[in-house]
Ligand binder design. Structure first.
Ligand SMILES: [Zn+2]
Length: 114
């Protein structure tokens, strides 16, 4: 149900921005989210298609998704590495003193209005 909440949030936010700008229709919304954010794009698309039908502002609005790669920083050797491939253990020095630098976020990147 994570994705449904997300779609709800995006629709609310975009509606507010569209109203502020006097837009009549939303053409597309581009979301970007991290590789380890837990968001499943397939669910997003299906909730989007179902949920936006209720709003004339979103008639035919497309949802576009972009992925932000997950990157972990190692405090011990001060290098970064791809999180998905290596998890919490640094592949350079074997340290566990690591933290996620990016990859769990979700942003509305771009909104196209007409
Ligand atoms: Zn390291």
């Amino acid at each position: 149900m994570h994705e449904l909440g997300l779609v709800n949030y995006v629709v609310k936010t975009v509606t507010r921005i569209a109203e502020e700008n006097g837009a009549k229709r939303v053409g597309s919304v581009t979301l970007e989210f991290g590789e380890v954010s837990g968001v499943v794009p397939e669910y997003l698309y299906s909730y989007w298609n179902w949920y936006t039908k209720k709003f004339p502002l979103f008639d035919g609005a497309k949802l576009l998704c972009e992925t932000i790669p997950a990157v972990t920083w190692c405090d011990n050797c001060r290098k970064t590495y791809p999180t998905v491939a290596h998890g919490k253990i640094c592949p350079w020095c074997g340290s566990g003193e690591t933290w996620l630098q990016q990859g769990s976020e979700m942003n509305i990147k771009q909104i196209e209005v007409e």
